[in-house]
Every structure is written in structure tokens, then in C-alpha cells.
Design a protein around this ligand. Sequence first.
Ligand code: ZN
Length: 236
Amino acid sequence: MNPSQNAPILEIPTPQGIRAFLSRTPLNIAFHAGGDSKECVEHNRSLCIAPFGLSSLAYLNQVHGKEILEAKSGGLLGDGDGILITQKHLIGLIMVADCNPILLFDSKHQVFALLHGGRVGLQKGIIPNALAQMQVRFHTKSADLFAYVGPSIRACCYEVGEEIFASPSGNTLECGRISREGKIYLDLTAVILAQFQEAKITHYAFSPHCTCCGEGYFSYRANPQCGRFGLFAHLT
Ligand SMILES: [Zn+2]
């Protein structure tokens, strides 16, 4: 057996200037899901981010919106679905189990955003909102960006109802619609890719992994009582 398969974290290949990694099952890194004690979750988070301490970890109360909060210190930043980080001593965390964890890294200006990209947040425009903030505040250009999309539920497993396409901004989902054997499936990576292309982002990577039918990551659809895994990142 390859020992790396048992590692609690998976390093993500990125451009220089940032480190990003995923936590894996059985480590639950969320207080709000999975039913683990506060002590257990803190222990799991510590394992993931060592040698950094927990006071360096910036995270959100994720609410399926498009608000982006800049981390000035570690800890719970508030309600939102995106974290902006410019400081080297801070680690950002987005918690997911089927939703898309997304990294946007501006290597030129040494700033990054971590986003919680579920269907609803993507419809609300969390990606363009994050990009707009990075452009206004840091003069980020598409050519300077690297984007990464982590493991999430994919079109193999993400069966949806017709009504989601009629919801507000539901037309943004049409490019991810897949009809198969009389059912409708949604490919959110196609929706994200379309948004990247709209923003003229050309340097990106998508994890090939489906959380629902693959191993190693929590999936809410496979088990609604599950914990959450994390996409973590810090400047180097
Ligand atoms: Zn699947």
C-alpha cells in the first residue's frame, strides 16, 4: 500500500508563492457538522495545519452567499463564503462536503481568495464577486491568476430537479445540465469553468475527484450526517 494514501492531507500542486492542501477522511474539521466534539475538531484542525497554531486559522460561518471577508487575524471571521488573505502568517479554511472548494491566487500581488462554491453561491455570483474585489483592491488581472477547484460532487452523482433551472439566476446553471436516462444531473464544474472563461482566467486546475462516489472525502449526499473536509491555503 502506498503510505501517502493514508496521509490526512493532500498537497495541491500550485504556482510558487502559495501552499494549498486538502484534509481527508476521517478528519472532520468542522464544528457545525459530523457530531464531533469541539476538542476533537480542534485536534483535527491542529493536525492539518501544523506547525501553524490554531490562532492562525481563519474560517467562516458559511451561509451559501457571496460575501467575501478579508482576514486580518485568525479565528471565525463571521458570516460569509469567501476569505481574502494577504498576510503570510494566516491560513484560510473553507469547509465542504460536496460543494466546490475554490482557490483564486494572484501570484503577482500575493493575495488569494478561498471560496465556498455550492450551487446557490455560484448562482449568486461568488466567483465574479471575489474577482471584482481582487481587481478593485489589489489590481488583480486575469493573467496573474491561478484557480483551483477541489473535490466535489460531480455529474456522475449530482441528480437535480428541473426547478433549480427556474430559480433566481438558474439560467447560469444551464451549461451544466446533463440529461441521462430520464433524469437530470448538474455538472457544477462546467458552470465554474464557464465563469472562469467569462473572467478570462486561463490558468486553472480541477480535481478529478467526485466526493460522492469516490474515496477519501466527505459527501453530504452520500451521508447527511457526515463531517466536512477542508481546503486550506497560506502564502509562502
Ligand atoms: Zn460521483
